[in-house]
Design a protein around this ligand. Sequence first.
Ligand SMILES: [Zn+2]
Length: 508
Amino acid sequence: MTDISDAPLSESSGIERLFVTVGTDYHRFDRMVWWLDEWMATKPDVQGAIVQRGTSAKSEHVESVDYLQRTQLVEEFQQATVVVCHGGPATILECRSNGIVPIVVPREEKYDEHVNDHQVDFCERLAAHGEIQMARTKDEFFRLLNLAVERGAPEVAVDDGHAAVSLIKFEDQMVELLGPRAETRSKELADVVPIRSDVQKIPVLFIGSVPRSGSTILSDLLNENPHMVNIGELVHLWERGVIENNLCGCGQSFSDCVFWGKVGEIAFGGWQHISGERMHTLQMRADRTRHIPRLLVPNISRYMATSTVQYGAVVSRILRAILEVSGKTVIVDTSKHVSTALLLRQLPDIDLRVLHLVRDPRGVANSWSKVIDRPEVQGENRAMDTLHPGRIGLRWLWFNFAFANMDRLGVPTTTIRYEDFVANPAETLDQIFEFAGVEPTGDELFGDEPLMLGEGHSVSGNPRRLDRKPVELRVDEKWRSDLDPKMRSLVSRVTGPMLDRYHYSKDV
Ligand SMILES: [Zn+2]
C-alpha cells in the first residue's frame, strides 16, 4: 500500500485537503481521473491530494492508491475538506455523514462506467436538493473545483441537524428509486437459477437491526422454540468461523464444534474442501453495503448476477445442511446487515422473512461507546468496535429506513421494539413465532424458575451469547445516566425525524 501523505494542500488553495474516490466497481472510471489530471495540470501549486482509483487509470498528477482499508477510508473522509467522488450512494452517504457536500461525477452507461444510469438518476435528485454538487461535463467539473479553490469547501456541520434532514431527503430519493411495491421477488435471478419445484424452500427468519439492539438475547430465546435454530451472524461465518476459528456459541472453537462440523460435512464433504479466504472474497463481491444499489436495481449486471449466483449457491447449501443437522424447520440468522437481507431475498430457494428489531438510538449509541472484549477470539485480546454517537445516529436512520421498506420489495417483515420485547417477552416471542410460522411457546419459557438457555451454535455475534447465566430481562436504560448529555442530544437530533415512528421521545 502506498504511503498516504498528510501534507495539506498549499496555502494559496482554498482546498485544505482533497480526497478523490472513483469507487471500487469493476467498471473503470478513467474519465474522472483524466479530468482530474487535466485540472491538476493547470494548478501546479496544488499538492497533497489523494485518489482511491480502484480499477481505473492511475493519476499522473495526484498520488493514487488502488484501495483503502475501511479505517483509512473513514479517516480520509474525516480529514478531507473537499471530496470528489463517483455517484455511489454509499460513498455519498459517507460524505454527508461527515458534513461534506461532495463534487460528484456520476458513472454513465454510455461510457461503459456502469451497468445502467442509476447513478445519474440518483445524483440528479440529490443535486436538486443541494445534497451534492454534480458535474456531468468537464467544464462543469472544472468550474466546481475552481469554486472550491476560490471559496473553500461548502460549510456544513455534522451536528447542526442538517445531516438528519439530508437523511430524510436521502430516504425520499431511495423510496423513489425503489419504485412501486413489488409483488414477487426479483425475476431476473430466477431466470439464471431455475427454482426447483421438487425442493422445499428453506425458511429463514432474518433479524435486521442496527447491531447492539438486543438481537443476541432475542435470538437465544428464539432458539428455545423446538422448531427454530439460531445460527448467529452467518455473515461472519468465513472470516470469524472458518478462517479465524473463533468460539461458537456452544463454547467450542468453530473447528471443534460438532454441529458446524456436521454442517460442513453435509454441505461440502467437510470444511477442508472449501477455502474460507476464497469464499470470503466471493462474499465481498456479492454481499456488501456498496452493492445495495445493484441488489436493488432491476437490471443486475452479469458480474453481479454471477457473484450472487455463485455465493448464493454456497449459502443455500449451508442453510440446507443446517436444517438437516438441527432437525428444525426455521433458521434464525442474526446477520443484521441490509445487504445480506437483500442477497437472501435474491435466492430462489430461500423463504425469507425479516424481523426488524428497533431499539432506542440513545441506548444503541451508549452500547457502541463502550469497550467490550471479544473472548471468542482465541489467542489474542480483541474488543468489539466502538463508534461515535453521531455516526450511530446516522446508521440508526439508515438501517431502520432500509428495513422499514423491506416489505416494498416483497419480503414479509414484522417490526419489534426491543423495549416492548423486554417488557413483555412471552407475548412478543409468540408474535414472532406466529410470524415465522411455528408453534408459539412463549408462555412455556417464563415460569417461576429462572430460565437457563439450552445449548446454541451461533457462529458469531455479541460475546454475551457465550454467557452461561440465567436469563435476566430488564429494560436497559443505563444510557440515560451513562451517555454524555451532549452526545444524547446529538443522537436525538440526528435520529429526530424517525423517533416518532417508533414512539421514542425526542426530549431525554
Ligand atoms: Zn457449536
